[in-house]
Design a protein around this ligand. Structure first.
Ligand SMILES: C[S@@+](CC[C@H](N)C(=O)[O-])C[C@H]1O[C@@H](n2cnc3c(N)ncnc32)[C@H](O)[C@@H]1O
Length: 170
């Protein structure tokens, strides 16, 4: 199976994966930065994680739903992704995550983006980037304000799908 086939399968089954343009943007950053360590919040069945780990990064990804996490595990094996999935509520399981990351991708419950931002900031390497999906939703208003006004983050918004924010740690 290739990634396009997986994408089609996810769309057919209604698995809520990132859109095509968002995927291309993730691919762009992964190829540009060649990250060694990536953290993702909101694994689903591993589609975006496969992109995040495609240049050989060690991926840590957090997912609340046991069943979909089991699918992600299979997909990571199929696509040779070096991934560790932590199952549970990311607001809790983030406490088990050690070390710092070159890319952090935020794609779980939107209302929790702002709540978890301070923890993620600490887990981001200097010059690392935090990418968040769906930031045009109202539920992300506080998050958007926080990343824009943060003295140690430089943020831009990309108008694709429901909006992506990209913040670099200064
Ligand atoms: C939009 S989907 C992720 C899609 C995935 N990033 C992709 O593009 O392939 C959001 C995922 O976040 C998970 N999720 C929701 N709340 C969560 C939480 N509190 N902790 C961890 N995962 C959560 C959902 O179960 C769902 O699988």
């Amino acid at each position: 199976m290739d990634l396009k086939q997986l994408e089609r399968e996810c769309l057919r089954r209604g698995v809520p994966i990132i859109g095509e343009e968002e995927s291309q943007i993730l691919e762009f950053f992964v190829e540009l930065l060649r990250p060694k360590k990536v953290l993702e919040l909101g694994t689903a069945n591993g589609y975006s994680g496969i992109i995040l780990g495609s240049e050989g990064a060690k991926l840590t990804t957090l997912e609340i739903d046991k069943k979909i996490a089991a699918e992600a595990k299979e997909n990571f094996t199929k696509f040779n992704i070096d991934a560790k999935i932590i199952v549970g509520d990311a607001l809790q399981t983030i406490k088990e995550v050690r070390g710092k990351f070159d890319i952090i991708f935020l794609d779980f419950t939107k209302r929790n983006y702002n709540k978890i931002l301070p923890v993620l900031f600490e887990k981001l390497n200097n010059k690392g980037i935090l990418i968040a999906d769906d930031v045009l939703f109202d539920k992300c208003k506080d998050f958007k304000e926080s990343v824009l006004s943060h003295p140690k983050l430089k943020t831009m918004f990309i108008r694709v799908g429901h909006g992506l924010s990209v913040s670099i740690k200064k």
